[in-house]
Design a protein around this ligand. Sequence first.
Ligand code: FES
Length: 160
Amino acid sequence: MEFKFNEENQNKLNTIISHYPVKKAAVMGALWLAQEQSGWISGEVMKEVANQLEMTLEEVLGVVTFYTMYNQKPMGKFHLQVCTNVSCMLRGGALIFDHIKLKLGIDDMHVTDDKMFSLEEVECMGSCGTAPMIAINEDYFENLNISEVDNILESLKNKN
Ligand code: FES
């Protein structure tokens, strides 16, 4: 399905573009706006971004595949990114990741049947001092333990 930025996001994108000497420098912001709007980065999204920023599709694809923050397939309403890098791992991050897998019945990069949750194991998200941590959509949850994770998941289920 063809992708077009809605009016609000097009205005935001125009502002981002205006901050740079060349349009292609706005690619990360453009992709982030597109993902906020459509939930993931489809081929149609990449085409539109390439078109607006005068880039090749391959250049846009290179950015999308390099950064883990861009979803290359539809994710759940609540996308859980669990850090298992060194600081988080030493403080239980891997246990939290395994616990969520079991609790939701999904594996890495999968989505629950009801499309509520998706799970992703990620590298350091820059919050090592408050490890272990997870990000849910754009919010960080830090200094976690298993029972706090359970509480968070329960509260999100109630937001359905
Ligand atoms: S190691 Fe987990 S946030 Fe840095």
